[in-house]
Design a protein around this ligand. Structure first.
Ligand code: ISE
Length: 340
């Protein structure tokens, strides 16, 4: 059975998910691309012979749509995920589930009331080979007990013109907030956040230090104006060793007595394989598989949202702020499922 997928949002991520579904996801067809900008929806849809639309709720309800990928603006993620639950459609929702943890709780309550999982979140680093090898090394005892996790998240320039320091925490850092919980299999207890001052009016980096329920320390630098390229890396430090990402280029240019390798322009290139694997896992689940063990669920989306909200508070207060999660519903307990 070919799964007919609707992609909601025809911006940077929606266009990339439409391409993956249409060109690199055997067993799926790109049925419709939906965007409030009809011309933008049609431009992407026409590339792949799909239909286009402008009403997301109507698209979600369509009988010829089996599953949904939400890649519309952040504020639409929770209400459209709720619409998918109501329509009985499984959804891969780009991060964040919501920048409001209260709204995440509403989605969780609706999902639990439906009696089955409907939502996978687009924290694609859980499907990135580098992070998976780091997690495997930890589980195989290669570095001993985890002590620290260092993260550097650098964009060449801010993803949006009105980007702020708080958005570095709520828009970019949720990737780190999710992957640190997945790598370390723990919850986060406290967060501090601070910024250096730039000499210009660009958004300065945000540096965060977090502590975990297993007495570990996690550092996160988010620099949305690194200038030199898209450069995301991490290092997991254990008691007997350390393992870090080592993203290499496909080529090295030797010229003028210089060796040089390029940085990726943005996340779509750096995480191309992760997005592909994530969407494969989503399709397998939609086709009747178990909920993917690696998947980031609505609970994980809620946890990332609480950490982000607390990080913004810490940036303002200058203090270490406690992170308080609600009791995890049994519904979201460790899911044993198959992954692609
Ligand atoms: C963007 O929204 C993403 O999700 C990217 O993965 C991240 O690296 C970037 O900083 C965000 O703005």
């Amino acid at each position: 059975m070919t799964i007919r997928i609707a992609v909601i949002g025809a911006g940077i991520m929606g266009a990339d998910h439409a391409r993956i579904v249409a060109e690199d996801l055997p067993g799926a067809v790109l049925q419709v691309v939906c965007d409030m900008d009809a011309a933008r929806a049609a431009k992407i849809a026409d590339l792949y012979g799909a239909q286009s639309a402008t009403d997301p709720e109507a698209v979600i309800a369509r009988d010829d749509v089996d599953a949904v990928i939400i890649a519309s603006p952040d504020f639409t993620h929770a209400p459209l995920s709720m619409a998918c639950i109501k329509a009985g459609k499984k959804v891969m929702c780009e991060k964040p589930l919501s920048q409001s943890s209260a709204q995440c709780l509403e989605v969780m309550q609706a999902e639990e009331a439906s009696g089955e999982k409907h939502i996978m979140l687009g924290f694609m680093r859980r499907y990135d080979p580098a992070y998976l090898q780091m997690r495997a090394a930890l589980h195989e005892g290669k570095i001993g007990r985890a002590l620290m996790l260092h993260n550097w998240h650098r964009n060449g320039s801010t993803p949006a013109a009105d980007f702020t320091g708080a958005m570095a925490i709520t828009n970019s850092a949720p990737h780190e907030f999710d992957i640190m919980r997945y790598l370390l299999s723990t919850e986060i207890l406290t967060i501090t956040a601070t910024q250096p001052k730039r000499s210009d009016d660009k958004v300065a980096p945000v540096v965060m230090v977090l502590t975990t329920a297993d007495n570990q320390v996690v550092t996160v630098e988010v620099n949305n104006n690194a200038a030199y390229g898209y450069d995301v890396k991490a290092e997991l430090v254990g008691e007997t060793g350390s393992i870090g990402t080592n993203h290499v280029s496909y080529t090295r240019l030797d010229k003028d007595a210089t060796k040089s390798m390029g940085h990726d322009p943005d996340w779509r290139d750096r995480y191309a394989e992760a997005y592909r694997q994530q969407n494969k896992a989503f399709l397998k689940w939609v086709k009747g598989g178990d909920y993917p063990e690696r998947a980031s669920s609505s609970w994980d989306g809620y946890a990332a949202s609480v950490i982000a909200e607390t990080g913004v508070k810490a940036l303002a207060s200058g203090n270490a702020e406690p992170i308080t999660l609600t009791t995890k519903p049994e519904f979201y307990s460790a899911h044993k499922g198959a992954d692609a």
